[in-house]
Design a binder for this molecule. Structure first.
Ligand SMILES: Nc1ncnc2c1ncn2[C@@H]1O[C@H](COP(=O)(O)OP(=O)(O)O)[C@@H](O)[C@H]1O
Ligand code: SF4
Ligand SMILES: [Mg+2]
Length: 393
């Protein structure tokens, strides 16, 4: 993974390079803590083959020069429409697929794609939970055996692995006496997802990547699993990358939120900044489509119209310009860079405004960490001197 050149060194300002601000009291994570996971210029383009010679005729730009970081104990939410590159980003972070370019640093050490032992250790410390609750469970094995598998591969004796499996069942709210001998098909979706969380925790990872992990569950079960995840984060000091297309769920779970559009990060910042002081027209449009239970929170913002353009052939300049009501000439010509939001306390110096979102009761369950994140946006309309007719200054 380290093979990709840092082609923009000294150029585009990195999200991960932003300083972060004063830390909220009592938070485990914060500005002082170096990132647990940091990614620079991550890229994955899938070839599209065609013709009788099966030649590469185009590239799907699934993930295109993405920068992000996650601090210890933090929940970083990732949102965006289907096909914007969320799952590809997750698989790249897990090293399940090889990146075309980019640098991934875990706990301060560069992850090298050709260092098998190093990769094995990173894969132990980072685990993933998928939307499909069957995908990580062997249908022919009692679930206890599936949970024991990881520790046994890592040299733990069968007896100790069985003991660990029982502890994990209890931890995720499943009575071991009742559940350990069951097969995956004998469980409900919510129970299966609890087993998947137990499986992910079996090797005592530090970071979980949750890719639409609750999206297939009924709302009431979804809430229980989300609260279990938040409790586990508190008790075990875990760090999460939480991916979902559901903006309510991401708001409930996340300390910071990253918004993706067609393989690009278009906005990132503390949850309150993204949901209440969003700067990118795409974020605004996404949020306008978000159902709110609170009539005061319903806005007059225009909803998002039209399908996203094809990532095989993304538009030049700003990829959102074909759907943006503020598009100007510069938007069709030049790609906007991710830059601090002007005039925001958390922007230029990265002093982290509003990391806690105490005013929003929907966020009460998170026990939100003030991770002191900066609010960054990639939009010409928000950049001084960009040439956009509505730009400040
Ligand atoms: N293995 C693959 N080969 C070709 N294209 C892929 C592959 N995986 C994903 N893609 C494409 O990459 C884009 C991003 O996909 P994905 O990361 O799954 O998006 P999301 O999770 O946000 O819905 C989509 O256009 C998808 O069709
Ligand atoms: S750069 Fe231009 S097209 Fe893109 S979001 Fe901003 S105003 Fe809209
Ligand atoms: Mg996906």
């Amino acid at each position: 993974m380290s093979g990709g050149a840092d082609t923009r060194a000294g150029g585009t300002r990195s999200e991960g390079a932003q300083g972060a601000g004063p830390q909220g009291g009592g938070a485990r994570s914060g500005s002082a803590a170096p990132p647990l996971l940091e990614v620079r210029d991550l890229r994955k383009h899938f070839p599209v083959r065609g013709g009788i010679l099966n030649r590469t005729v185009a590239w799907v730009k699934a993930v295109d020069d993405v920068d992000l970081h996650v601090r210890p104990g933090e929940v970083l939410g990732i949102v965006g429409e289907s096909g914007c590159g969320k799952s590809t980003t997750a698989r790249l972070l897990m090293h399940l697929i090889r990146a075309d370019a980019g640098r991934v640093t875990f706990d301060g050490a560069l992850v090298q794609a050709d260092d098998a032992a190093g990769l094995r250790e990173v894969r132990r410390q980072m685990q993933m939970v998928f939307q499909d609750s069957y995908s990580s469970l062997n249908p022919r094995l009692p679930i206890e055996e599936t949970i024991m598998f990881g520790p046994k591969v890592h040299g733990v004796s069968a007896g100790a692995a069985r003991e660990r499996a029982r502890e994990l069942f209890t931890l995720v709210g499943l009575d071991p006496a009742q559940f350990i001998r069951r097969y995956p098909h004998e469980l409900s979706g919510g129970q299966r997802q609890r087993v998947n969380i137990a499986r992910a925790l079996a090797l005592e990872p530090r970071l979980l990547i949750l890719d639409e992990a609750v999206s297939a569950l009924d709302k009431s079960v979804e809430a229980q699993v989300l609260n279990l995840l938040l409790a586990l984060r508190r008790e075990l000091g875990l760090t999460y990358v939480f991916i979902s297309h559901d903006l309510n769920v991401v708001q409930y779970m996340s300390d910071r939120v990253l918004v993706m559009y067609l393989g690009k990060v278009v906005e990132i910042g503390p949850t309150a900044d993204i949901y209440e002081r969003m700067q990118h027209p795409y974020t605004e449009a996404l949020l306008s489509a978000m159902p709110s239970m609170d009539p005061d929170r319903r806005t007059e913002r225009p909803p998002l119209t039209g399908d996203p353009p094809n990532p095989i052939n993304p538009p030049p300049g700003c990829r959102f310009h074909t759907r943006c009501r503020f598009a100007d000439d510069v938007c069709r010509r030049a790609e906007p860079r991710l830059a601090p939001v002007q005039g925001a306390g958390g922007g230029t110096g990265g002093d982290g405004r509003g990391g806690r979102d105490g005013g929003n009761d929907r966020n009460g369950g998170n026990g939100r960490n003030d991770t002191g994140g900066s609010h960054l946006v990639a939009c010409h309309m928000r950049a001084v001197g960009s040439g956009h007719g509505l730009a400040p200054g």
